[in-house]
Design a protein around this ligand. Sequence first.
Ligand code: FAD
Length: 389
Amino acid sequence: MPADADFYALELLLDDQDRTLLHRVRAFMAKEVQPIINHYWTRARFPHELLPGLAELHIAGLPYAGYGCPGKSPLLDGMVAMELARTDPSIATFMGVHGGLAMGSIYLCGSEEQKRRWLPAMARMELLGAFGLTEPEVGSGASRGLATTARRDGDAWVLAGHKKWIGNASFADLTVIWARDVDDGQVKGFVVEAGTPGFATENLQDKIALRVVQNALITLEDVRIPEANRLQAATSFRDTAEVLRMTRAGVAWMAVGCARGAYEHALAYACEREQFGRPIGGFQLVQDLLVRMLGNITASACLCARLSQLQAAGLAADEHASLAKAFCTVRMRETVGWARELLGGNGILLEHHVGRFVADAEAIYSYEGTREINTLIVGRAITGLSAFV
Ligand code: FAD
């Protein structure tokens, strides 16, 4: 009997109600997403028909309290991200961008009025969000080098520049744009609503990972938005970093889900596939691969669970989220590679799913801070010495 990949029963850390929600998410992903996702992945299209079902799960903005949000624990939030990625990392990323980055920016950096204006409809997924920080020439160095500018003009702001890689932006109702105020040089957040003149998106083509996620190049050509759309509590990049600290923890959980999805497909395959007259799962070298994978997943999940507890206690610092993101994505990359190896040639056929996890892992490895950047954040914290430049 194949073992459950939640080997140390982390689900038992949840109360019954939260576990029920997690299982509802699992059932939705298995029934609605698993059968269709390869079709969309190959065509690089987003399955918009899943939106009502995802909205019904009521998981957008899961950890935020008030404003129509569920107000659940960081642990449940992380486990849900893991659960989504376990079936499909693209859907997990879509939800991470909408519920984590976009709603999180408004939740952490918006005024009371702004939270009341946007969050309830976003929690119901009637309004979809995107988060625009990265630029064509500025990725890891976003804290210092943003070239997109914001210029105050009376009761309005004028935004100009480009953003790259922005998930959901081509169909989102609102995109949070981070831009440098030309007056004080500080990074500030602005909510740009779809259809605002001068705001244009173009989806990036031919990605080899997370093909279901629509990542856009955004052009901001003197986009005029009211002061009411400037996130009132975002006064410097420190505030942007606070959003990233929260969402990075979610990405670490997603890495666990991506690894777990690949492992579970590999385990099922190992028990079924026969060579030399017996299931390959009965060979010592195959068991060695499976146990190494399970070790990676279990260690990563335990680390993430503790990070979630630190978040709940208000004790999670940048370096805690960064260590989890760096560690779990390295372990994920190793794990999906082993899963692919275990499937032999079938490992590169999309119909066996593992190939999709292998490809998608490459994007999770790089976004929300590369391994190098997260390593530098932890390195700075433990030595007191910054090695960034
Ligand atoms: P670069 O910053 O150019 O880095 C290239 C390499 O140099 C990396 O290996 C990096 O680690 C290394 N490097 C850079 N600086 C240092 C240093 N000081 N020391 C050592 N090594 C260094 N962004 C958004 O704003 N919104 C989104 O919705 C979004 N979605 C994304 C979805 C996908 C699929 C991908 C791939 C990216 C997404 N991004 C998004 C952007 C993502 O966050 C960036 O790709 C990431 O921050 C890295 O930036 P970069 O790609 O420009 O790489």
